[in-house]
Design a binder for this molecule. Sequence first.
Ligand code: GLY
Length: 292
Amino acid sequence: MKNDKIIKPRLIIHGGAGKLEGTSDRQEQINRSLKTVCQSSYLTLIEQGARESVLHAIRSLEDDSLFNAGTGSRLQADGEIRMSSSIMDSSTGIFSAVINVQNIRHPIDIADMLSREKHTVLAGKVATDFCRNRGVDYHDPITELRLAEYERQIKGSHGTVGAVALDKSGTIVSGSSTGGIGYEIPGRVSDTATVAGNYSSSVAGASCTGIGEEIVNDAVAAGVVIRVENGMSIHEAVQNTIEKAKKSQKRYGLIALDCNSNIGYGFATEGMYYAYHDGNGITSFIDEMEFK
Ligand code: GLY
C-alpha cells in the first residue's frame, strides 16, 4: 500500500549547556546568533534535506567564535586546541566522527568525509594528517578570549554545538561539534564524537551537550533514541533522561526530534542555549530550568 504520510520538516539546534557564562549582552548575542543559524539551516533543510541542513548549522556555529567549537574552541591544559565532531544519518545508519583534530576550520566536514570511508572514526595526529592529505587548509581556531581563559586556567563548564534535523523524505540527521571543556588533560575524549553524545535512527535523533564523561556514562543520545524506538514519546524519553540526570547530579542537556516531527529538549544544568524551527517560525531560549 502506498504510504501517503506527509512529513513536516523540523530542525533543532543548540549552542551548549552548563553554567551560562559571560555578560547578559554576550548571552543575548549567542541567542541572536542561534536564531540566525536556525533560520538559514531551516531553509537548507527545505531545499537540500537533513544532512546538508545539519552540516550548514554546525559549520556556521563552528565559524562563530561565541561558541566553543571550531573557531573559539577552548584550549587543553598543554595550550593546544583539539576539536571533536560527529554526524549520524538515518538514511545510511552510518555514524562517523573525528576526535581531537587540530588546526582546521570545520571539524564537522571531516566527520562528514569519514562517513564515506571504510573506517569512519579517526583520532589525534592521524586525523589531522588525514585532513592535510585530503587538502584541508590549515586554520588556527584560537581567539583572544580563549587564550585569556587558558592563561587564567579556566575550566569551562559550557560548550559544544549540535543540530538535529528531519526532512520531508523522513531522514533524520544529528551532528555535534566541540572544543572540549577547557584546560582538560591533553587528548581527553568526550561524548561528542561517540554515540552517547550524538545518535540518530529512522525513528529519532539526539545531540547532547554538557560534561562529556557524564553523558558517556549514561549513554544519553543512544539511550533517548532507543527509548523512542521502544514506544516512549520523545517528550517522555527526554524527560525521563533529564529527571534521572538531576537525581544523580549529572550535568548535561540534549536536543532531540522524532520521525513524527515532534521536538524534544531538556537539561539538568543551569541553562542551555537552543533554538528550533517548527515550520511556523523559530523559538529560541536561554537559561530555562525546565524540560519539555
Ligand atoms: N560535551 C563536550 C565535552 O565534554 O567536551
